[in-house]
Design a protein around this ligand. Structure first.
Ligand code: RB5
Length: 143
């Protein structure tokens, strides 16, 4: 599996922690920036991660900003993206089972690193349940 990862300055430190975790698991990482805590614009990074996933350059993505909100909105503007902002492992499990989310969003100023890594683990390791959920997912891109 290859994971595209991106953040703005508010999510930069959390992105680096997640990258270390993915490396420990021998998961390929495509880091799309940002590269420091210097102020940047989250839409640019949300779109870049989303484009990497829809183009097939990565299987799934992880994005971080201060709250995870802005960058998740940006990612969700790209057709085919189902980006889920998660603040606990229960949400991570359900969004994989029910929404087949292909990008995980978290907030560097709202979620501590240990929680974020637990969320990441659950999100990576939980499969989509399919069945009735597939029909609803098919409806998302019909708008
Ligand atoms: C940047 O200051 C902040 O607005 C951004 O990281 C994010 O929280 C937006 O949703």
């Amino acid at each position: 599996m290859k994971i595209a990862i991106a953040s703005d300055h508010g999510g930069y430190l959390l992105k680096e922690e997640i990258k270390k975790y993915l490396n420990q698991r021998n998961i390929d990482v495509l880091d799309l920036g940002t590269d420091s805590e210097e102020s940047v614009d989250y839409p640019e990074f949300g779109h870049a991660c989303a484009e990497a996933v829809v183009s097939g350059k990565a299987d799934r993505g992880i994005v971080c900003c201060g709250t995870g909100i802005g960058i998740s909105i940006a990612a969700n503007r790209v057709k085919g993206i189902r980006c889920a902002l998660c603040t606990d492992t229960g949400m991570a499990e359900l969004t994989r089972k029910h929404n087949d989310s292909n990008i995980l969003a978290m907030g560097g100023r709202t979620t501590d690193a240990a929680t974020a890594l637990a969320i990441t683990k659950t999100w990576l390791d939980t499969e989509f349940e399919g069945g009735r959920h597939q029909r609803r997912i098919d409806m998302l891109d019909r708008y």
